[in-house]
Design a protein around this ligand. Structure first.
Ligand code: SF4
Length: 255
């Protein structure tokens, strides 16, 4: 499905859900409060389940926003997405993959040409080095195929744990971990689902409390939520369908 359609659908679902929350807020406020208060704590399974249900309602079709056709393309796009928006990456990758469609082709790509193609994604010299290193490793050690295990994938240049989790989850449907990007890190802490001060600690906490079958969807949904509603500064709490479940200190109300 086209990303713009997914985003529109997710936004519409979020708004619909938020409208529903707003319309019932005054009528059922006290009932909702007592329901929230009945949770045994922030990590109570029923509270986690309620958060997951709200995310399913708001973002039923959340998928990875990086355009790709193969695991290799997703790996490259994910490397390029560091410190860069997915929109910008999606502008660069069609021509990049047209010229160098496979790890074998990318391995021998002239560095200057590769850097030029990815320049606008930032840190292009380091990224070009990672992509060529990844291509070489995949050709020489994995027969030209992106590996399917976390242990193997994290040995590929440019593929740290987060990148490996993205590729395994999206391309292979393998839930080996939870993708913790800047949105997941921020929102997991705002929702008091995690306290860790590093992505790795937050991932470990999330893996303990989330059902494994939700690990992949949860990250996609939270990333959409972080882009559309729970933004870093001034989150839009008045249109957030998680508001009744959220005890964040930096809730913000827009008029
Ligand atoms: S209520 Fe506000 S801070 Fe909490 S999850 Fe929603 S947008 Fe984020």
């Amino acid at each position: 499905m086209a990303i713009s359609k997914v985003a529109k659908k997710s936004t519409a679902a979020a708004k619909k859900s938020a409208r529903s929350t707003a319309s019932t807020k005054s009528a059922s406020g006290s009932a909702r409060s007592s329901k929230t208060a009945s949770f045994r704590g922030d990590l109570a399974p029923e509270r986690t389940a309620a958060i997951l249900r709200a995310l399913d309602e708001a973002y039923p079709n959340a998928v990875c926003a990086l355009n790709h056709k193969t695991p290799w393309e997703l790996l490259v796009a994910t490397i390029l997405s560091a410190q860069c928006t997915d929109v910008r990456v999606n502008m660069v990758t069609p021509e990049l993959f047209r010229r160098f469609p496979t790890p074998a082709a990318m391995k021998d790509a002239p560095t200057a040409q590769l850097e030029d193609l990815i320049r606008t994604t930032g840190f292009f010299r380091n990224k070009a080095k990672s992509i060529k290193g990844a291509a070489q490793a995949i050709v020489e050690r994995f027969g030209g195929n992106v590996p399917r295990t976390l242990d193997e994938l994290i040995t590929v240049p440019g593929a740290a744990r987060k990148t490996a989790n993205v590729v395994l989850g999206v391309s292979y449907g393998l839930a080996e971990g939870v993708v913790v990007d800047t949105h997941v890190f921020r929102i997991a802490r705002r929702l008091h689902l995690a306290k860790g001060d590093t992505p790795q600690k937050v991932e470990e906490e999330l893996m303990r409390i989330l059902p494994r079958e939700k690990w992949i969807d949860f990250s996609h949904q939270i990333i959409h939520h972080g882009r559309q509603v729970c933004i870093a500064r001034n989150p839009k709490c008045n249109v957030c369908n998680l508001e009744q479940l959220c005890h964040s200190r930096d809730k913000t109300w827009h008029s």
